[in-house]
Design a protein around this ligand. Structure first.
Ligand SMILES: Cc1cc2nc3c(=O)[nH]c(=O)nc-3n(C[C@H](O)[C@H](O)[C@H](O)COP(=O)(O)OP(=O)(O)OC[C@H]3O[C@@H](n4cnc5c(N)ncnc54)[C@H](O)[C@@H]3O)c2cc1C
Length: 306
């Protein structure tokens, strides 16, 4: 156990957690940021960030993450690159176990974001990282010159399928619907690509393979079909990353943390910010704004300002 007690312990170094840390440190607090990867969060693995104000030319997600990490360290936030394993919210001190060590905070800001929702079909878990992926920007290059499938249950999948089509030999796009709901131009672009085949009203029945993915069994309008692909990219939506909390605070029916406008949760001195909370928009800018508000609320609690 570490002897130190921090004013703010921030869980997750995406835009929400990084911003909360910067604000907390600039308000004169001792801040610990726990993040298992580089600072930047989900956006780090996306190709371009074009809609964040102040960057008219856009920048890569990776570049954005590097800048954010530089800024966090500039303000002397203590960054511990650890996997958070357990959180205890009861009592005055909030306790977090990460990388086998216990950290204590007077206030806690939860900014652990979301994770991809699994399809929940046979073979998916076993072949994760061996052909099953949830991120084209991260893994597309492994499939150069090969055939892959994209499960398109979200509009974001269209952009990813277009990216993949530029790298791999052939893309089968599997959609349980009969048409897409998303932007017309994106759809037209995808459907015009010569190496893209659409499988409408289709679902994945089974993912087959041993050490690597061998093929997919797909059900299309009642008939079964085998797709000879080496990779499958699944876009089936996202879910809040809250397992570590073990039901210790109030969440909505989809598991997103409930907060008020001050980012206060149902537990005193515990705040939530960014994609992990119930919010109408999940973007970098809203996550950063939440982080700033959460740190300001934690500052009020720490200084006894009502
Ligand atoms: C494909 C894609 C494209 C996107 N494009 C855009 C875009 O163009 N513009 C835009 O504004 N937004 C975009 N977004 C949304 C944006 O990435 C998110 O809204 C934003 O990153 C949310 O920030 P956050 O800090 O709340 O969570 P996240 O960015 O998800 O960060 C959470 C952090 O917590 C860490 N963490 C979680 N659990 C643990 C643990 N147990 N131990 C240690 N660390 C942990 C994670 O490693 C992660 O770094 C995109 C998202 C995706 C998936």
């Amino acid at each position: 156990m570490t002897g130190k007690i921090y004013d703010m312990v921030v869980l997750g170094g995406g835009p929400a957690g990084a911003t909360a840390s910067i604000y907390g440190a600039r308000m004169g607090h001792r801040v610990l940021l726990l993040e298992k990867m580089m600072v930047g969060g989900e956006i780090v693995s996306t190709e371009r960030l074009d809609n964040y104000p102040g960057f008219p030319e856009g920048l890569s997600g990776f570049e954005f993450g590097q800048l954010l990490e530089k800024q966090v360290l500039k303000f002397e936030v203590e960054l511990a690159r650890e996997v958070i394993e357990q959180v205890s919210l009861s009592g005055e001190e909030k306790k977090v176990v990460a990388g086998g060590k216990e950290y204590r905070g007077r206030t806690l800001i939860i900014a652990t974001g979301t994770i991809p929702r699994m399809l929940d079909v046979e073979g998916e878990q076993k072949l994760k990282g061996k052909g099953v992926s949830y991120c084209a920007a991260c893994d597309a290059h492994f499939f150069r010159g090969k055939q892959v499938a994209v499960v398109a249950e979200t509009d974001a999948a269209l952009r990813e399928a277009i990216t993949l089509a530029g790298i791999v030999e052939r893309v089968y796009v599997i959609s349980r619907r009969g048409s897409f709901r998303s932007a017309e131009t994106l759809q037209q672009k995808l459907l015009s690509l010569p190496n893209v085949e659409m499988l409408w009203k289709a679902t994945v029945g089974r993912i087959e393979g041993g050490e690597k993915l061998d093929y997919l069994q797909v059900i299309q309008e009642g008939s079964s079909r085998t797709l000879p692909v080496e990779g499958i990219f699944i876009y089936s939506g996202r879910q809040p990353n809250t397992d570590i909390l073990q039901g210790s605070l109030a969440v909505d029916d989809r598991g997103y943390i409930l907060t008020n406008e001050q980012m206060e949760t149902s537990v005193p001195k515990v705040y939530a910010a960014g994609d992990v909370r119930q919010t109408p928009l999940r973007q970098v800018i809203t996550a950063a704004a939440d982080g700033a508000i959460a740190a300001t609320s934690a500052n009020r609690a720490l200084r006894g300002i009502s």
